[in-house]
Design a protein around this ligand. Structure first.
Ligand code: GLA
Length: 634
């Protein structure tokens, strides 16, 4: 059974977009449960995530399972017509597991073993954790596989949130060595890839290799890069071990896990094929003016993970969170706007952390759909209104986000490599670059997809414009594909410090950026980042035209006709206003237009296309004033 068939189990249970949140009934007694049922009905809840942190309650002693408490909740939810994303409960191991098997606890890079008492305190390579986790997943699948409430499996929780690249124990070290053996075959190959003749690091055997633990100075960059890859793969292996047992026992139930906001830790393009539907947790800071844009970008990334398919917003906060230094509330209306923003960018559900605000524990000051104050609160009133509003657009369910004409290229391994230490500047950060390229499109209400560096040529050529922010590390094959994309008519906007190293962080020789020199029509001789964080470089034009130059006459933006297409190059980061003007010009040249014409300042629109082919525009007013927007098609 493939993912489309499995997803029917979820979508078949929903009459409109999914609406609800994390439901943690184990924190409450029967009276509250009765009220939950009533309030969920009032709020229009149709989907909840159940059991995320319920391992200790469900398996109170090794191998002794107690499902009775869960049976009742699932039955009640089924009766109320609420679909359930049932968690495999493995994100937070119970105290007995780490008491009996302290080796499960992760070890930091300086050798400190972390303690239980929080959550995610497990080593991703631990066979003990994996065996116990899979056993629990198997029990859950066997018991609830045919339960009418079960619509979706939710494996673990936010992989890599607390423990990515966070284990340097002996078990992890052995696993890292095994992973390297698989990747390189021989230690000679590894020595070559890791440039170990530098600083006398040549290895005689795999047994001499460690995870990049705390060391006197810079650690080998290729080793660090491989450790990022290994950590992402190792967590994926944990997820897959559980998934394997779930799909064997319940082949008709879709499987997902929730990704952390704009996380660097996991290579999400490598993970995505293993999720039936992408799921995401979004926590914009209501006091950060850049948050709506960052959030929009993150949603574009989520949509890009499965080539434009809708995804699930699995968590957001109805009001304040509790984990920033100062946790401001969302002002009235903000939650509604945030929710529609997610839908506009492709979300098929609007779920919250969590349904009912906890009374005790570390998250008691985190907002919830039902606040401590209960039904007579502003938040619950807004929750009720939003539920009714989402339910009144049933056509959105089954609609697909309209494909954009522009895309931004993102690659996790290059992101990891870009931000390694001992570089020309510590100020070059991928997210800053990606957001700076995406913002002018967002401000102009131009839709932008996100694509992986591995996207094939046919898929790339669907786009008129490709933004390539700081693609520092690139394989020859990818570079060649990008060049062909332009040669055959595409337009790229590429930023500095792209095409510098290969997949092992070895410099592409032949003048920077060697794989893109012909494409861009220039050569970079030296990098010269300034103390204020500005990046500059010395460029020699080899066919490109300078579009703008610095006061000293150095080209800052260049344009080069390459075959049928055009390659723009930014040798520095223009100020936001200049970036907008530049991208407006580039867009005009290659015909990339806003979703709707003439939208007032602060108003953004995205389009979803229904199964019947109708275009639905979701129009978001992010400004402070009321505006009227006329409906016109593109
Ligand atoms: C994450 C977790 C939740 C909760 C929220 C709080 O998203 O998945 O369990 O801790 O953060 O914001």
């Amino acid at each position: 059974m493939d993912e489309t068939a499995r997803l029917r189990r979820l979508y078949g249970r929903l009459a409109s977009l999914g609406y609800g949140g994390d439901y943690n009934p184990e924190q409450w007694g029967p009276e509250v449960h009765a009220e939950d049922a009533e309030l969920m009905r009032e709020a229009g809840v149709n989907l909840v995530t159940l059991g995320i942190f319920s391992w200790a309650k469900t398996e109170p002693a090794p191998g002794a399972y107690d499902f009775t408490w869960l049976d009742g909740h699932l039955d009640r939810l089924a009766e109320a017509g609420v679909a359930v994303g049932l968690a495999t409960m493995t994100a937070s191991p119970p105290p007995w597991l780490t008491r009996l098997h302290p080796s499960v606890l992760p070890v930091t890079e300086d050798g400190v073993r972390l303690h239980p008492g929080s959550r995610q305190h497990w080593c991703p390579s631990s066979p003990v954790h994996r065996t116990h986790a899979v056993r629990l997943a198997e029990r859950l699948a066997t018991r609830y596989g045919t339960h009418p409430a079960l619509a979706l499996w939710h494996i673990g929780n936010e992989y890599g949130c607390h423990i990515s690249r966070h284990c340097h124990c002996e078990v992890s070290t052995a696993a890292f060595r095994g992973w390297l053996r698989q990747r390189y075959g021989t230690v000679a190959e590894l020595n070559d890839a890791w440039s170990t003749d530098f600083w006398s690091q040549r290895y005689g055997t795999f047994e001499e290799i460690h995870t990049p633990r705390k060391a006197p100075s810079f650690r080998n960059p290729a080793q660090q890069l491989d450790y990022w890859r290994f950590s992402s793969d190792e967590l994926l292996a944990c997820y897959l071990a559980e998934k394997e047992v779930l799909t064997r026992i319940t082949p008709d139930v879709p499987v997902t896990t929730n990704f952390v906001p704009l996380a660097k830790t996991l290579d999400l393009f490598a993970w995505a094929p293993h999720l039936d539907v992408i799921a995401y947790d979004s926590y914009p800071d209501p006091h950060d003016e850049s948050a709506p844009h960052r959030t929009a970008f993150s949603y574009d990334v989520m949509r890009g993970l499965k080539d434009g398919r809708p995804w699930l917003l699995l968590e957001q906060a109805p009001g304040a969170v509790n984990w920033r230094e100062r946790n401001g509330r969302k002002p009235p209306g903000r939650m509604r706007l945030d929710s529609w923003q997610a839908v506009a960018h492709g979300a098929d559900s609007v779920l919250f952390f969590q349904w009912r605000q906890s009374r005790g524990g570390a998250e008691k000051f985190h907002s919830a759909m039902v606040p401590h104050g209960g039904r007579e609160t502003r938040i619950f009133r807004e929750v009720r209104e939003l539920g009714a509003e989402l339910a009144s657009y049933p056509d959105l369910l089954g609609s697909r986000p309209e494909r954009a004409d522009a895309a931004l290229l993102l690659d996790w391994p290059s992101w990891w490599a870009l931000e390694l230490d001992a570089h020309p500047s510590a100020d070059v950060r991928l997210l800053d670059a990606a957001l700076a390229h995406h913002k002018p499109l967002y401000d102009a209400s131009v839709a932008c997809d996100v694509v992986s560096a591995k996207t094939d040529l046919a898929a790339l050529t669907r786009y008129r414009l490709l933004l390539i922010p700081n693609l520092y590390s690139v394989t020859n094959e990818t570079a060649e594909r990008i060049c062909t994309y332009v040669r055959t008519g595409g337009t790229v906007v590429m930023s500095y410090f792209s095409g510098i190293t290969d997949e092992h962080d070895r410099v592409h020789l032949g003048g920077y950026p060697a794989p893109f020199r012909a494409l861009l029509g220039l050569r970079v001789e030296e990098f010269d980042p300034r103390p204020d964080g500005t990046w500059t470089e010395e460029i020699h034009l080899e066919g490109a035209q300078a579009v703008t130059s610095s006061p000293e006459g150095a080209p800052t933006v260049t344009r080069h006709t390459y075959g049928e297409g055009t390659a723009w190059y930014l040798s520095t980061r223009p100020a936001p206003k200049e970036m907008r003007a530049l991208l407006d010009r580039v867009r005009a040249e290659c015909g990339v237009r806003p979703t709707l014409p003439d939208l007032p300042e602060g108003v953004r629109a995205r389009t979803r296309v229904t199964a019947a082919g109708d275009r639905l525009h979701v129009v978001l007013n992010e400004g402070d004033l009321s505006v009227e927007v006329r409906r016109e098609s593109r």
